[in-house]
Each structure stands twice: as structure tokens, then as C-alpha cells.
Design a protein around this ligand. Structure first.
Ligand code: ZN
Length: 44
């Protein structure tokens, strides 16, 4: 994985971040949330 690919992947979802970006809709998901408040996507 190149540094560029790694950065792109981390931009999509970073479980260590306080907020995650939903991989489905791009909405912000609070770090403690287990589903996207925007579209309802359930995270791992
Ligand atoms: Zn979403």
C-alpha cells in the first residue's frame, strides 16, 4: 500500500479518530457511534 493509498483509506474511515466519515454517505459519525446518523449504515 502506497502512502497515498493509506491516506485515502484513513480519510474514509479511521476508527481511532473522534469522528469518522461514513463510507456510504460521507456524513460525520461520532467516534462512539456504531451507526451513521445520516444514513443508518451500521459500522463493524
Ligand atoms: Zn452514512
Amino acid at each position: 500500500m502506497t502512502p497515498e493509498e493509506r491516506a485515502a483509506a484513513e480519510a474514509v474511515i479511521d476508527l481511532d479518530a473522534e469522528e469518522n466519515a461514513c463510507p456510504a454517505c460521507g456524513g460525520r459519525i461520532p467516534g462512539e457511534a456504531r451507526m451513521c446518523p445520516e444514513c443508518g449504515l451500521v459500522l463493524g
